[in-house]
Design a protein. Structure first.
Length: 66
C-alpha cells in the first residue's frame, strides 16, 4: 500500500522487507506514518488513516476497502 493509493496485490519474487522483518504478533498493533495495522487471530487489518483505505488479510480470505 502506498500513501493515498487504493490497495492492490503486487507480484514480488522475494521479500519486500529484507532480512530484518518485523513480526506483528496476535494482539499487537503498529503505526508508521498514516498506516495503522493490527493483528488478531481472525486476521490482519491495515488502514491508511488519511484516506480510510486498507485491507483485511486472513488465512482463508482477504478484502480491500478502497
Amino acid at each position: 500500500m502506498n500513501i493515498g493509493e487504493i490497495p492492490a496485490f503486487h507480484c514480488i519474487s522475494d521479500s519486500a522487507g529484507g532480512e530484518n522483518l518485523f513480526v506483528l504478533k496476535y494482539g499487537d498493533e503498529t503505526e508508521v506514518g498514516p498506516f495503522q495495522c493490527s493483528s488478531r487471530e481472525v486476521g490482519l487489518i491495515c488502514v491508511d488513516t488519511s484516506t480510510s483505505r486498507g485491507f483485511r488479510l486472513a488465512q482463508q480470505s482477504y478484502e480491500f476497502f478502497p
